[in-house]
Design a protein around this ligand. Structure first.
Ligand code: HEM
Length: 184
């Protein structure tokens, strides 16, 4: 496959970096929220929260970079074997993933600003989100939407991985390699 049939190097690196971070964030989020629900607020719970907030904030920053990168670089064309419907479905799912990868961390950040619980790794505070008031009831609502968006994101990611593997193993049409690094 020629280079022009792949995403730009920066897009590929950011894709796999964000994927790895979200792969950690979702189980850590579920684990810590479960411990909080059982009223277990020990060192482990605090450490999980601190890591979750730090990694989540990193994802938000990487997504801003990723979107600005995407706006400046064309996506490679799909192989001619893909129907128009398949391409529309793939693009729609990708846009939804982008949206959730921005909204989910924004809601988490808004929640910890409203709570307030901005403390993260090393005892450092995240900056408060501008215009969000301190309001615990608001924080509870924001966390609920944050959790629901995160679970929707995780579900869509499972579908996204399934489609990618289908192209890699069954169709062998080069779609997976658009986002991979090996030379061909
Ligand atoms: C793509 C980024 C993120 C993903 C995928 C994600 C995922 C999750 C998940 C799966 C949960 C558990 C929900 C539940 O079981 O109820 C959760 C909870 C939480 N997240 Fe995130 N998160 C992200 C970013 C952030 C950010 C940036 C912050 C704050 C700076 C944050 C703060 C929290 C907090 C405080 C909770 C616990 C809410 C509660 O105790 O009810 N998250 N997150």
């Amino acid at each position: 496959m020629s280079m022009s049939l792949r995403y730009a190097g920066g897009s590929r690196i950011l894709h796999w970096l964000v994927a790895a971070l979200v792969f950690v964030l979702v189980p850590v989020g579920i684990w810590m929220a479960g411990r909080a629900e059982m009223n277990i607020f020990d060192d482990l719970t605090n450490t999980l929260y601190a890591w979750h907030k730090a990694i989540g904030a990193t994802v938000l920053v990487l997504m801003v970079i990723r979107i600005s990168f995407k706006l400046r670089h064309d996506s490679p064309p799909y192989p001619a074997t893909l129907s128009r419907r398949q391409i529309v479905a793939a693009k729609s799912l990708h846009h939804l993933l982008y949206l959730l990868l921005v909204l989910t961390p924004l809601l988490g950040w808004a929640g910890v600003t409203a709570f307030p619980a901005l403390i993260t790794l090393g005892g450092y505070d995240l900056p408060a989100m501008p215009l969000v008031p301190e309001d615990q009831a608001l924080a509870t609502q924001l966390f609920e939407i944050h959790g629901a968006f995160a679970l929707l994101l995780a579900t869509l990611i499972v579908g996204h991985i399934g489609a990618a593997l289908l192209h890699l193993v069954i169709h062998k049409d080069g779609v997976f390699q658009r986002m991979w690094f090996d030379r061909q």
